[in-house]
Design a protein around this ligand. Structure first.
Ligand code: MCA
Ligand code: AMP
Length: 504
């Protein structure tokens, strides 16, 4: 029976006593131990009636067990649907409902709170805790340590990852086995990963970066990971001398540089630092090289496409660029209006085609048609150019998007929420430069005529309904929003006005 992703990433490690995960307390989990737990979990999924193609929605803390659950889904043919741990209950219900998840796994502490969501959607509810606790783990522990590998075709779904949209409604990106496998293969080749690599893993595992880019690549190469619950500067500094590589968002790199303990000596054993998910400032690139002698390798990707381009492993890693198309991937720059390919050097919308490009949006055929062309090119919404040497530069975004510490925030979603607050006539949400997060959120509220706004009540409502990283750090009140003659809100004017609001 074939299951391309399991067969390539996991099956080769069955029974191997080689280290896979190094935990912060010194514990080592071998490939064999990990995969035995995976089998128990796969058997637990079957015991719960989960069949190939069923979605498994997962809102749990990062842990080896959470990673084993991803693997168990691959092995049993279920579609893994990871959810940001910062999501509030109000946000969670949409994903569980929209995906039609058969099983919803939450953290033990929120089991009672999410019961209504599970009931309303018909999902079976279980819990999985960061310490290997929870009802699902109780069930898994009594299962056999062998399980069958479900048959899957290359085009079958392996994961459903939700990405917010400019219309405010999140879209589920359908990622196939072939999408994930082809990208892992391209990255092992491009970044020269081998079984000698030890990756310092401090990213969350509910997004493409920490889950697929980091984990799948290391699994395919046969290396191991120092697997940390989150990016804690002290722990990262302590363990870096044992690693060979790190993947991070730009905030990881600026935080390291802000700490005098981060020296060339600590980074001596490293062969590669990779950055992505948000633009890395050229200044960070330069300072990093001055401090450590390493040139950070910047790459560019999206939830819908996995990784598209990368600076070269050998050759010049050019600051302010995201390098060249990965093996097997095509990129082109197109006119935003006509879709026609633009001459080299001109700025347009970046389009991408390749085995990495997703299958479409879950239950949204129209959205899929708008963004995924019939010839297979996906319209990223990122504005880019290709320079004379072929390096891709992301110069802006055609989509209204804020990236804060590597998390995408769609202003529309926050505006729609703010507009429902008592006394608010309308709102505008923008990103302003932030020294730690790259960008952070500013909201401008316009009161209804004659009303005054209760900002404390609005902040409380925001806290209850929106994940912490989406919360506006500044909320301001204006009589009117700046508009052009067509009546369109001039966000550029607002961005200029608030450009210094987070600069100390
Ligand atoms: C946490 N907080 C944030 C963020 N993270 N606020 C704004 N932006 C953020 N990114 C807030 C919390 O709500 C909380 O607020 C306070 O900061 C402390 O929370 P804590 O979790 O302790 O924060 P932290 O440890 O300092 O986290 C910052 C971080 C983290 C390490 C940068 O956000 C992170 O790991 N980011 C990586 C995101 C990522 O993996 N992106 C990849 C997406 P309060 O105190 O008010 O409650 S995949 C992708 O984009 C594509 C495919 C790609 O190309 O990779
Ligand atoms: P996501 O929706 O989380 O998949 O985020 C994808 C978006 O992150 C892309 O469309 C880009 O706007 C942005 N992005 C990812 N990597 C980079 C990078 N290296 N430089 C600039 N933007 C990036």
């Amino acid at each position: 029976m074939a299951n391309p992703l399991y067969d390539a990433l996991f099956a080769p490690h069955e029974g191997r006593g080689t280290p896979f995960l190094h935990l912060a307390d010194g514990t080592i989990i071998t490939h064999a131990d990990f995969l035995e737990q995976v089998s128990q979990m796969a058997n637990a999924l079957s015991a719960l009636g989960v069949v190939p193609g069923d979605r498994v929605a997962v809102h749990v803390e990062k842990s080896p067990e959470a990673l084993a659950l991803y693997t168990a889904c691959v092995k049993s043919g279920a579609v893994f649907l990871p959810l940001n741990t910062a999501y509030t209950l109000a946000e969670l219900s949409y994903f569980v409902e929209d995906s039609g998840a058969a099983l919803f796994l939450c953290d033990p502490f929120e089991l009672n709170a999410v019961t209504d969501i599970a009931k309303a959607t018909g999902a079976i509810l279980h819990s999985l805790g960061a310490k290997g606790d929870g009802t699902f783990m109780d069930l898994a522990r009594v299962q056999l340590t062998h399980s069958d590998v479900a048959e899957r075709k290359a085009d079958d779904l392996a994961a459903l990852l939700y990405t917010s949209g400019t219309t405010g409604r999140s879209k589920g990106a359908m990622l196939t086995q072939a999408n994930l496998l082809s990208n892992a293969q391209a990255l092992v080749e491009a970044w020269q990963f081998t079984d000698r690599d030890v990756l310092l893993h401090a990213l969350p595992i509910f997004h493409t970066h920490g889950l697929f880019v980091a984990t799948n690549t290391l699994l395919l190469a046969g290396g191991s990971m120092i697997f940390l619950p989150k990016f804690d500067l002290g722990t990262v500094l302590r363990l870096m001398p044992q690693a060979t590589t790190m993947m991070g968002v730009p905030t990881f790199y600026t935080r390291l540089l802000d700490d005098a303990r981060f020296t060339a000596e600590i980074a001596r054993h490293m062969r590669l630092f990779i950055s992505g998910s948000a633009p890395l400032l050229a200044e960070t690139h330069i300072q990093f090289e001055q401090r450590t002698g390493h040139r950070i390798l910047e790459r560019y990707g999206m939830t819908e496409t996995n990784m598209n381009t990368s600076n070269p492993y050998n050759g010049e890693r050019r600051a302010g660029t995201v390098g060249f198309a990965l093996p097997g991937v095509e990129v082109k720059i197109c006119d935003p209006e006509t879709g026609a390919m633009l001459p080299q050097g001109e700025i347009g919308v970046l389009e991408v085609r390749g085995p990495n490009v997703f299958k479409g949006y879950w239950n949204m055929p129209e959205k899929t048609r708008e963004e995924l062309r019939e010839d297979g090119f996906f319209i990223t919404g990122d504005l880019a150019l290709i320079d004379a040497d072929g390096y891709v530069q992301i110069v802006g975004r055609g989509k209204d998007l804020i990236i804060s510490g590597g998390y995408n925030i769609y202003p529309k979603e926050i505006e729609l929420f703010l507009d429902t607050q008592p006394g608010v006539r309308e709102s505008a949400v923008i990103g302003a430069p932030h020294s730690d997060f790259g960008e952070s959120v500013v909201a401008v509220l316009v009161p209804q005529a004659g009303m005054s706004l209760d900002l404390d009540a609005i902040k409380d409502a925001v806290r209850e309904n929106l994940a912490g990283f989406k919360r506006p750090r500044v909320i301001d009140v204006m009589d009117d929003l700046p508009r052009n003659t067509m009546g369109k809100v001039q966000k550029n004017q607002l961005r200029e006005r608030y450009a210094g609001v987070f600069q100390s």
